[in-house]
Design a protein around this ligand. Structure first.
Ligand code: DAH
Length: 336
């Protein structure tokens, strides 16, 4: 029987040379593995052998069957590749398009803001998100018990040694400490406040800060720069107005509003029937802030402004709920 197996093996190896297509392959498969093949009859007659022979022959026969199967499989695969190449693959066809990712709407809005201010001479500066009370409040003229702090409840770290910054304004201080005037920077970045999330609040959000300091900076310069920004961002037809306001680090301070982009200023639900949408805070740098960074307030003047990026993006793209920016909903994100 062992001789028989040897013979089958040799015959198989000789005949695989003749395989040239799937038809001859199938013929050989039937011949060597089919019900009437020599191998099958060896396996069938195992029962007639004595125990030791049965084990030995059985093992060899099964190994041979596995070898034949593997070899035929390999040949089949090679045949498929060959015919595949000749028949069905057109190498001149263009490749499948890769789907590219998209910029997140907040990143895109920050880039648009930076692209407007850069040509006006503003350089991008950044600062840490983990700040000290000094930079986030004190140097910006928020004394320890000042009620203006109440609006900016923060997350404390290390028992109050640090906090997550509530605004990008501390970057003003960090830049002025290291630079002599003239200064002209914008600073985009993440801020945090202990606010409960709703349609217009998120405990994490983005701001862009602006600061210009020189010997002859006036409120008109602030107005000119912001008007250029508003018109490039929202369109030439948009009107802008300054409303007196309060920020500890600017004096005078103003809130800047634009004519409602939904109703054109007539009054609708988006603008609360006022015709105006508040978009940012601004003002002339307070002398106390200059004193903290050792700038002479008699010699230098400056303006500052700060805007919420989400707010700008929501107005520009008509997004009704700030939480949509953070939910990783691709259907929403792909629209920008
Ligand atoms: N930091 C202020 C806020 O988060 C926004 C702001 C207002 C920034 C006036 C300024 C400014 O630089 O001059 O509410």
């Amino acid at each position: 029987m062992l001789n028989e197996l040897e013979k089958i093996k040799k015959e198989f190896l000789d005949s695989i040379e003749t395989i040239k297509d799937s038809k001859t392959l199938e013929e050989l498969r039937v011949k060597f593995l089919g019900r009437k093949s020599g191998l099958t009859s060896v396996l069938r007659s195992l029962g007639t052998l004595i125990q030791e022979e049965r084990v030995l022959v059985g093992q060899k026969a099964n190994v041979l069957r596995k070898d034949i199967e593997a070899r035929l499989e390999e040949i089949k695969h090679n045949l498929g590749q060959k015919t595949g190449k000749e028949v069905s693959i057109d190498h001149t066809l263009p490749g499948l398009p890769l789907s590219l990712g998209k910029e997140h709407p907040i990143t895109k809005t920050i880039r648009e803001i930076v692209d407007i201010f850069s040509p006006l001479g503003f350089q991008v500066a950044t600062g840490p998100e983990i700040e000290t009370d000094y930079y986030n409040f004190e140097a910006l003229n928020f004394p320890p018990e000042h009620p203006a702090r109440d609006e900016q409840d923060s997350f404390q770290l290390l028992g109050g040694k640090y906090l997550l910054r509530t605004q990008t304004s501390p970057v003003q201080i960090r830049v002025m400490e290291k630079t002599k005037p003239p200064v002209r920077i914008i600073s985009p970045g993440v801020c945090y406040r202990r606010d409960n999330p709703d349609a217009s609040h998120s405990p994490m959000f983005h701001q862009v800060e602006g600061l210009a300091v020189d010997t002859d900076i006036h409120f008109t310069d602030l107005k000119g720069v912001l008007s250029e920004f508003i018109h490039q961002m929202f369109g030439k037809e948009i009107k802008m107005r300054f409303v007196p306001s309060f920020f500890p680090f600017t004096e005078p301070s103003a809130e800047v509003a634009i004519s409602c982009i939904i109703c054109g200023g007539k009054g609708c639900s988006t603008c609360g029937r006022t015709g105006w949408l508040e978009v940012l805070g601004a003002g002339m740098v307070h002398p106390n802030v200059f004193k903290k960074v050792h700038y002479d307030p008699k010699k230098y003047t400056g303006f500052a402004f700060g805007m919420g990026v989400e707010r700008i993006a929501m107005l520009k793209y008509g997004v009704g709920d700030i939480r949509l920016f953070y939910q990783n909903n691709l259907q929403f994100l792909r629209q920008f």
